[in-house]
Design a protein around this ligand. Structure first.
Ligand SMILES: Nc1nc2c(ncn2[C@@H]2O[C@H](COP(=O)(O)OP(=O)(O)O)[C@@H](O)[C@H]2O)c(=O)[nH]1
Ligand SMILES: [Mg+2]
Length: 269
């Protein structure tokens, strides 16, 4: 992202203020979550990279694919987060397969590609390139249509066929929470939590119409994807720096593996 012009280094424009995340975002419910910790594991590594401007020249980007039955609310969910609108016709963007959202997480830059289908799910023929190389799979169902929850398994299977086991974080998202009476919502959430646990997925209940939990959900996706990619880099030895007071990466990684900070459902899929 960083380029040289007239011998000067150019950095991308600052991340918009509503995409700066300094506190590690919480899960929706600890009953079906991927991480229960409350702070960034890789904070030290990230901070050091940023301080030395290492983050900007190797900008991190993860791919998130959104899947689920037709009409469950996938496009509305993405539009609510990326454009803060509901039910407006953005069909003009056909041909553009994904949105890119730029974040600043714990001081480090990070981008999330959010892939939406152009309605191919109607024919159950989404191209394999859509799923390939995803770090995040967001399986969406309509909380007012229990069949779409049952179909989540098929969508997850299809997405996983194109990805390595253990390479993705999976989210199960119930949309249209605004349509349900409180008792019905509770019942549906209980069913969804059971399925999410079996899928090793993190469950969220959202409404694109009211905006409820939409930002919280995407902040969580971005934060978990970011951490995952930093930790994977560290495992591959890409971060060759020493962290903190001279601790080696190895001992730092040992710290990361302390039980209190271990994920409940890590390395899902
Ligand atoms: N009440 C309500 N309706 C929604 C919500 N999200 C989407 N919808 C409606 O559900 C329909 C399908 O939404 P869309 O995003 O196009 O579904 P997609 O096919 O999964 O992309 C549209 O008529 C939306 O207005 C929501 O949060 N609440
Ligand atoms: Mg759509």
């Amino acid at each position: 992202m960083q380029e040289m012009r007239n011998g000067m280094m150019h950095f991308p424009p600052p991340v918009s203020r509503d995409r700066v995340i300094s506190k590690f975002p919480k899960c929706y419910t600890p009953q079906a979550c991927l991480q229960i910790k409350e702070d960034w594991d890789a904070k030290a590594a990230c901070k050091e990279r940023t301080d030395r401007h290492q983050g900007w020249d190797r900008l991190k980007m993860s791919k998130a694919v959104v899947v689920g039955d037709l009409n469950v609310g996938k496009t509305c969910l993405i539009n609510r987060f990326c454009k803060d609108v509901f039910d407006r016709d953005y069909k003009a963007t056909i041909g553009v397969d994904f949105e890119i959202e730029r974040f600043e997480l714990s001081g480090a830059p990070f981008s999330l590609q959010i892939w939406d289908t152009a309605g191919q799910e109607k024919f159950k023929c989404i191209a394999s390139a859509y799923y390939r190389g995803a770090q995040v799979i967001i399986t969406v169902f309509d909380m007012a249509d229990i069949k779409s929850l049952e179909h989540s398994w098929q969508w997850l299977d299809e997405a996983m066929r194109e990805n390595e086991p253990g390479s993705c974080s999976v989210f199960l998202v119930g949309t249209k929470s605004d349509l349900l009476a409180p008792e019905e919502r509770q019942r549906t959430e209980r069913d969804a939590i059971k399925i999410a646990t079996k899928m090793k997925a993190e469950f969220w209940s959202v409404s694109a119409k009211t905006g409820e939990n939409v930002q919280g959900f995407f902040f969580r996706v971005a934060s978990l994807a970011f951490e995952d990619s930093v930790l994977k880099d560290m495992e591959k030895g890409i971060t060759s720096t020493r962290i903190g007071g001279g601790d080696s990466i190895k001992s730092d990684r040992a710290n990361l593996e302390e039980p209190q900070s271990r994920a409940v459902n890590t390395n899902c899929c």
